[in-house]
Design a binder for this molecule. Structure first.
Ligand code: ATP
Ligand code: MG
Length: 293
């Protein structure tokens, strides 16, 4: 049974003419223990996908099964509980609280669970040791290097012992040495059986992944299983060949909108979606052609 299953999941922002299709009927099935790298150009829907999988956001359409159970209709409290119990987040901007020490930051998620203070600090200590940060327990975030800050944020994500770690560009603000340190931590987390979802713009980091999903315009356009230690072939190729929507596409789309005489069905649909779909088809076809080479 997949730990994560998305069925025809769409996410639309805005209304009418201003509708943006951030995700366009995405299907994705993830087994426990996979390490998935999610790639794609800016605006292709990577963070939207992560936020939906991480229960930070809801799809506009479609179904999401987490651990085989539908989470579409969960009430806010149960959603928050499912999120707390199952998912750990790591973001590009670290998001540590500046007035708390590293130890207090890492222990914080346990407070929401009602764990006693003593126990919280003990658990946080253990996790900080695991990420090699035991000597920085009493530092404040501003006293840490960016690599150490991200290690502390990873410790915080791990403290609830989540089955899934979602990391949205966790190395985006790190130099290459710090990125390596952080990626080794993810590799170690993965070795213990945790499912890891990593958004990255760096094809090199697909070496750590067992599968690489490539997004474009709200769609998954490539999904490749890879061997640990190797850079995914398609990830490297598509990375440098897919153009974002070209000016030509945009002009063709605008011109099509201006000339189209909408039929009765088309009135019901947001125009931008139609425009976006048609321009996506063009670039999609181009992308496919190039990936095949
Ligand atoms: N809260 C929002 N309101 C309106 N539009 C949004 C919102 N969040 C995202 N979008 C739009 O949805 C699309 C997908 O955005 P998303 O942030 O998922 O892209 P991304 O692949 O993570 O990009 P990046 O690599 O820049 O982080 C974009 O067109 C974006 O402008
Ligand atoms: Mg993003």
């Amino acid at each position: 049974m997949p730990i994560i299953e998305l069925r025809d999941v769409s996410k639309l922002y805005g209304f009418g003419d201003a509708t943006t299709v951030a995700l366009d009927e995405v299907n994705l099935s993830i087994e426990e223990g996979e390490f998935i790298a999610v790639m794609g150009p800016s605006g292709s829907g990577k963070s939207t996908l992560m936020n939906i999988i991480g229960l930070l956001d809801r799809p506009t359409h479609g179904n999401y099964l987490l651990n085989g159970r539908s989470v579409d209709r969960l009430r806010p409290r149960r959603r928050a509980k499912a999120r707390r119990d199952t998912i750990g987040f790591v973001f590009q901007s670290f998001n540590l609280l500046p007035r708390l020490t590293v130890l207090e930051n890492v222990a914080l998620p346990l407070a929401y669970k009602g764990v006693s203070l003593n126990k919280r600090l003990k658990m946080a200590e253990r996790i900080l040791e695991r990420v090699g940060m035991q000597e920085r327990e009493y530092y404040y975030p501003k006293q840490l290097s960016s690599g150490q800050t991200q290690s502390a944020a990873i410790a915080r994500a791990l403290v609830n012992n989540p089955k899934i770690i979602i990391a949205d560009e966790p190395t985006g603000n790190l130099d290459s040495a710090a990125s390596r340190l952080v990626m080794e931590l993810f590799a170690e987390i993965h070795r213990t059986g945790t499912t890891v979802l990593l958004v990255t713009h760096n094809p090199e980091l697909t070496r750590y992944a067992t599968r690489v999903v490539y997004m474009h315009d709200g769609d998954i356009i490539s999904d490749e299983h890879t061997d640990l230690g190797e850079v995914a072939k398609t990830a490297r190729k598509v990375m440098y060949t897919i153009p974002t929507t070209s000016e030509e596409d945009d002009l063709a789309g605008v011109s099509a909108l201006m000339h189209a005489v909408p039929g009765p069905r088309e009135h019901a649909r947001p125009k931008t979606k139609k425009h976006k779909k048609s321009s996506r088809k063009n670039s999609h076809a181009r992308a496919k052609k190039r990936v095949k080479v």
